[in-house]
Design a protein around this ligand. Sequence first.
Ligand SMILES: NC(=O)c1ccc[n+]([C@@H]2O[C@H](COP(=O)([O-])OP(=O)(O)OC[C@H]3O[C@@H](n4cnc5c(N)ncnc54)[C@H](OP(=O)(O)O)[C@@H]3O)[C@@H](O)[C@H]2O)c1
Length: 304
Amino acid sequence: MRVLIVGCGYVGLELGRQWVARGAFVAGVRRSSAGAGELTTAGLATVTGDVTRREEVLAWPGDWDVVVNAVSSSRGGAEVYRQIYRDGTRHLLEWMAGASVGRYVQLSSTSVYGQTDGGWVDEDSATEPNSETSRLLVEMEEVLRRAHSGNGTSTVILRVAGIYGPGRGHQLQQLLRGEARIQGDGSRWVNMVHRDDVASAVRTVAEAPLTSVAGRVFNVVDDEPVPQGEFVTWLAHEYGKPVPPVASEEENAARKRGLTHKRVSNRRLRTETGWIPTFGTFREGYRLLSGGAGGSPVLLDLHP
Ligand SMILES: NC(=O)c1ccc[n+]([C@@H]2O[C@H](COP(=O)([O-])OP(=O)(O)OC[C@H]3O[C@@H](n4cnc5c(N)ncnc54)[C@H](OP(=O)(O)O)[C@@H]3O)[C@@H](O)[C@H]2O)c1
């Protein structure tokens, strides 16, 4: 199996490691040769290039069973999203049209669901987010859908929840610094997934029979959304810290814009592909890491 991982960062590198351990030939794209050492250590070949630069992408080697796009905006704003997800995806599609690629897996985000009523959302729910960056992801998904039905590029879209795992995140970092807060009344749902389960979800859809996944969308999230207040309280107990105070009205007002309130279902991925998360809930993921077995403390991104 030959795999190209475009955007070989936190998830991409772990994905590469998992595939290399199973005997695949894996290459990872980095923007500069500075990252090549990390890839070599993980057993990956390196392809250099920037998805926002058409000529660089068109010069990449072809003949891949799977191409995975795990490029992130590196916390950039709408302009970076436009360059990465709109222009970059177009460049990749143009390259793939002549590159002999079996299937293309795109990592998107559960932030495309703008719902605020606290109900469950699945892949058929409306994608009408309030934020411009999430709207750009919806636009990218639409471009991929058109490419799939138009020129036969077999695409699979994965909408990924907030990723946590070794060395990554925000909420726990805040807790450890004594800066965490229970937001509002603490009831806003948090949807998350462990990095290793994102990687296994990508492998699952990349290795599933093409007819069962091509042209489809799957949510990648663990089994249990949790209210934000319950989550930080649990973290505080687990890490031996005081339960965080409730945020002030000013803090809540500053945070409120663009926030969603929804529970994201993984039912389709679980039932239709057989994917089973190793870390079914945040408790398993955080307990392992806080117990020292996973090395550095786990840290969480909550942006979706
Ligand atoms: N983190 C989350 O909570 C979260 C939630 C939902 C969805 N996602 C999605 O999941 C995917 C993986 O996220 P991650 O946390 O693993 O991201 P990450 O650690 O930030 O890694 C992203 C990689 O993208 C590469 N990259 C950035 N701009 C690029 C460009 N113009 N051309 C080529 N490569 C470029 C970076 O390459 P260099 O190292 O060469 O700079 C980096 O290796 C992304 O698509 C992200 O949007 C993440």
